[in-house]
Design a protein around this ligand. Structure first.
Ligand code: SAJ
Length: 422
């Protein structure tokens, strides 16, 4: 069986590698020629544990190759990004549309087309199906179309693609049956068949559920900093209740999913989706909160030390721990805001490849404050002796509650004790 996967990013590439190691012939299509060239050499442009080995194996078995354009196949899987539209309030389907149009010349009778990209509810029926129908195809009769959203966690993609349950949303029941048979090749979780629109909304709601719960934790952090209560203790205590699971406050919500998918639902019913929109607004307000609190902490340092020039060392730009992914990361807005305010900002992220970033020793050299914005493992046990010897003031503001405070002479501010420092 030949499978053509359009979009060789965080989802498309691991999916391609898994099919290629399940006896399928896989063509990975990406519009970016340097990425295609690199993949054909076995060089991988994403940071994801386990992918390198499995892709190399597929290439050596001649089961995987990359190309800039699609070819005739049995199955087409579309895994292209779906950003929000410019006003940030809807789902931009343009990448999906061009991927669908690019496969039209390659389609044959009884092909299966699967959209994995996250899309707003009703997108498959209202916008994607007509692309194929206009070309003369009868969905459910001679072409089978489904929406099968991916639901994997970056950092655990290779494991979760195989073991998670999967929603198979067919435009018709036969479409769902056909797509389900494809995923059976490597998925060990349950394959749950439903309609395309149910699959679309279920996927968007999974991430919305998390976004709303993080907003609740972030709002709690703001309340606690006002009324002088330890947020982290409150969460720990409340979560002792067997049916309570308050999430954790942070610098904001990043990534390509939680920060985007709730808008896809909101855009379908803006006057009704009030909680969803408020949660987005609260999470979007967190970078500003972090900047304001950092400035307050710094004011106290300044008045204590009579210091005037301030250097802020940023630890972590990725949107989440132990990944190199900076998409929608709140750290980017925070760095920009400090720079606009005229601060000297130095940046370190051991997972992000950026020539402008410094190593740990360089970033803390002469810094007034270390601002931790990602929960990378490297930040759990910082070298405190180095911090004391290199920093202007050994002070850390840890927005992810990851740093272990080991030495009394290094001050660690987090959402638990922030009110003591402002
Ligand atoms: N975050 C908090 N507080 C928390 C948890 C997370 O501030 O208590 C922040 C993180 O720092 C990060 C953001 O939220 O900035 C999102 O991180 P995440 O780990 O919750 O989610 P993603 O975006 O990496 O992956 C999610 C997952 N969805 C769910 O867990 C419901 C994943 O399973 C999906 O496949 C993925 O979105 C996707 O592609 O939709």
């Amino acid at each position: 069986m030949k499978i053509c996967i359009i979009g060789q990013g965080y989802i498309g590439l691991p999916t391609a590698a898994l099919f290629a190691n399940s006896k399928c012939e896989v063509l990975g299509v990406d519009r970016n020629q340097p990425i295609v060239d690199a993949l054909n050499q076995g060089n991988i442009h994403i940071e994801e544990p386990g992918i390198r080995k499995i892709l190399k194996l597929a290439i050596s078995k001649q089961k995987y190759r990359a190309s800039i354009s699609p070819e005739e196949s049995d199955v087409f899987i579309i895994t292209v990004p779906t950003p929000t539209t410019e006003n940030n309030l809807s789902c931009d389907l343009n990448n999906v549309f061009s991927a669908c149009e690019s496969i039209l010349p390659c389609l044959k009778e009884n092909n299966i087309v699967i959209i994995e990209s996250t899309i707003a509810p009703m997108s498959t029926d209202d916008f994607i199906k007509p692309i194929f129908e206009k070309d003369g195809w009868k969905i459910g009769k001679n072409l089978y179309l489904s929406h099968c959203p991916e639901r994997v966690l970056p950092g655990k993609i290779m494991d979760e693609l195989v073991n998670n349950d999967r929603i198979i949303g067919g435009v018709t029941p036969k479409c769902a049956d056909k797509s389900s048979d494809i995923y059976k090749k490597f998925v060990k979780g349950d394959l749950i068949k439903t309609e395309a629109k149910t699959a679309e909304l279920a996927k968007c709601m999974e991430n919305t559920f998390r976004d709303v719960n993080i907003a609740l934790a972030n709002e709690l952090a703001k309340i606690c900093s006002k009324i002088e209560v330890n947020t982290l203790d409150v969460i720990e205590m409340a979560n002792k209740h067997p049916r309570v699971n308050i999430h954790f406050p942070g610098p904001g919500v990043g990534g390509h999913c939680l920060a985007i998918d709730p808008y896809f639902i909101y855009s379908k019913a803006p006057s009704t989706a009030k909680l969803i929109k408020t949660a987005r607004d609260i999470n979007n307000s967190m970078p500003k909160f972090v900047v304001e609190k950092t400035e307050k902490i710094l004011k106290k340092v300044e008045s204590n030390n009579g210091s005037t020039s301030i250097t802020i060392a940023i630890l972590g730009v990725a949107y989440k721990g132990n990944t190199g992914d900076t998409r929608e990361s709140p750290a980017i807005e925070i760095i920009k805001s400090f720079k606009n305010k005229g601060y000297d900002v130095k940046v370190h992220d051991p997972h992000v490849n950026n020539p402008g970033y410094l190593n740990f020793k360089e970033v803390i050299d002469g810094a007034t404050i270390c601002l931790v914005l990602a929960d990378h493992d490297e930040f759990k046990n910082l070298n405190y002796d180095l911090l004391i010897s290199k920093m202007k003031v050994p002070l850390i503001f840890d927005t992810k509650n990851i740093v272990k405070a080991e030495k009394n002479n290094v001050e660690v501010v987090n959402y638990g004790n922030i009110y003591d420092h402002i």
